[in-house]
Design a binder for this molecule. Sequence first.
Ligand code: THU
Length: 142
Amino acid sequence: MEKREKELCRLALEAREQAYCPYSGFAVGAALLCDDGKMYTGCNIESSSYSPSICAERVAFAKAVSEGERDFVAIAVAGANRGEMPKTECPPCGVCRQVMAEFCDFEKFIVLMVKSKNEYTKCTLKELFPWAFGVENLQKGD
Ligand code: THU
């Protein structure tokens, strides 16, 4: 997996170049690896009214899911001030974690947080998002 992990991190860094972040100045890129080997990238896209803004991770998921993908292996995320290289990890926000929880296996899905050009921190979705709310928590009528 190591070679593909590095490739995913490289793609996440590259995707940052497309970030539309005039309000925060914080450019994020993501690269999502599907079970069939395809990779989908995303960048954050902000709005002047702020709440319609969307994170890089969810853009990557939306692109993949809308192409019919349902099985996911790993995602790489890279974030830093626009024009700078990451100096530390960009952990996915809570909303993005919930979207990952919708589609991904907690034990198997890998999250790679890019730390610098050649370093990343790796964890499972379970480590990133313990005690997630899930479909099993929905109370259906008796
Ligand atoms: N952002 C992401 O794209 N992904 C994350 O996981 C954290 C935050 C974006 C949202 C906003 O455009 C900017 O980074 C600052 O919060």
